[in-house]
Design a binder for this molecule. Sequence first.
Ligand SMILES: [Fe+2]
Length: 306
Amino acid sequence: MGLVTIADDSGLQRASAGQSEVWCRQLEEGNILFFPESPIAIQPEDRSFLLTLQQTSSGLHKNMAYKPAVDRVSGADIKGALPESAERLHRILREYSQHATEFLAAFLGPYEARWRLDYGSFRPEEEQGRDLPLRRRNDLMHTDAFPTRPTRGARILRFFSNLNPARTRDWITGEPFKTLLPQFAPRQIAFPRQRSTVAKLAADAACGIGLGKAIPALKRSPYDEFMIRFHNFLKENESYQANGKRESWYFPPGSSWMVYTDMVPHAVLAGQYALEQTYLVAPEAMVAPEHSPLGVLQAMTGQKLV
Ligand SMILES: [Fe+2]
């Protein structure tokens, strides 16, 4: 695993089916697909505008989020903002989400129409030295899992752009899930367990009467529960943070990259001003499902976990 550089404009037109499948496979094996020049254009005046924004309550919201399903921005409590600034931010985030999605639909043919658009985000804070509670820190190696938005086996694919005109965005990544998991499970972290039929029926019934909205844990499958535990386990594991295998990446100004962040442990050590869009890709769309966290866990436990 490593970095796959896509330097020409081959992704800008609809890729051949064979080429698209190669790119999907490279992602699913734990590689980062890297575009030295982002395929998503940001107008210079829009970028200049974004560079003026700072969050006022960054402890409350880690980023400014864009929710494509309802076309809304949250966490954008901008210092001294004028009403038109909020509208402009909304328009830029909406366009980024739309353009990234159009690009990926053409670039990753096997996934087209088989993903759910999750949140997008604008990340205006300097990542180096951010003061966040341990489990929310971005500078500790982790795999992603969303406590309030269980994926039930769908994959977390994230597309990023570095908007900073002068500085790289500095990441480290570690060994992918398939290699990493056996180093810890089941000795240091217990495997997930298939739910009994009765427990499953009870959870489904509770969600059926709307309780899932108030109590997100009810919507979680054993897979989701495990992925949250694993996220916390890695961040809290001092030995892994200090000694785990890692590689460093420096994403330059104007570049984009995408990666399955549920399988590739990652941390951002420095950088300011990034845009991002997240996709939840259906497990059935995988071209190499044996590498997926769900595939690995089900193979190791012999149980059905969603
Ligand atoms: Fe993450």
